[in-house]
Design a protein around this ligand. Sequence first.
Ligand code: TXA
Ligand code: MG
Length: 318
Amino acid sequence: MQLINDIHKAALTLSKGGLVAFATETVYGLGADARNDRAVAEIFAAKGRPGFNPLIIHVATHEAAFRLGDFGATAQALANAFWPGPLSIVVPLRADAGISKLATAGLGTVALRIPAREQARQLLAEFGGPVAAPSANPSGHISATTPAHVLAGLGAVDGLVLDGGRCDVGVESTIIDATGNNPAILRPGGVTSEQIEAITGASVKLANPVTADAPTAPGQLTSHYAPRAAVRLNAASARPGEILLAFGPGDTTGALNLSPSGDTTEAAANLFAMLHQLDADGATTIAVNPIPATGLGVAINDRLARAAAPRPQKRQAS
Ligand code: TXA
Ligand code: MG
């Protein structure tokens, strides 16, 4: 990565689908255009994540956030009280938001925040679109709060680091699920539960975060997008009644192909969109070609294994 001071250059790089690490008040984020599947896949490749966690989407203004998510009264109150600032608010994703399905891990919800750092907001305003940005560190390492940390962990990555000096808060944003009327904290962080309770006027509970690595507690698996169709892994070809999801140059059937050239980053960029497409096409079983366990192939296989796992029994409504 190249360390720079030029916000215009950073914004231009985002527009072109490149990666830009930038300082927020909490930690450095590794940002990319949240509407660009390929750019979002590059984030996961750079971090070496073993799974596809949904990413926090950063915007410059309240109006921009309200165009991406459906803000009920509680979410609206939280946004007004804490933005700009270290609170990420999970709300239902608007159908016309245009956010990459890879960035939201195919969920019907989205985590949004306006960072408080002036430089970050200038970057977001100049870029003019939503930026997906997890912490700018290799997966499993501690978050970066200086440009030197970013370079030490991700120096070999193709992209820019916008020099913003040291981050003040040092821990990530608080994530709050405000999809309903009773908000729950999914991850403690820069805004305390007391501060939140002062706004909502009710006690706020701590819930389990949504992570790809968490054991699949009941409900957890369904909260991540699983296609309606059954999934058969490592399929050389489709059997009668199945629809093939191909990978690599070997397929000549004209099936949807995650990456005709066999590139796992391209395959990751296409994964969620193609699963949705096959559902829309009415597939009952999706047969997926083997994906090599290299690069993002590890994360793709993790995701597909979850999609292929036995589905939790639907609870009887009571
Ligand atoms: O302070 C921060 O929040 C930093 C800076 C860069 O803004 N960003 C950050 O992003 O920590 P990230 O991608 O590491 O946080 C992602 C986490 C996911 O693992 C998940 O727990 C939660 O945010 N998340 C994202 N979207 C969600 C959703 N729709 N529903 C529930 N949780 C979600
Ligand atoms: Mg992180």
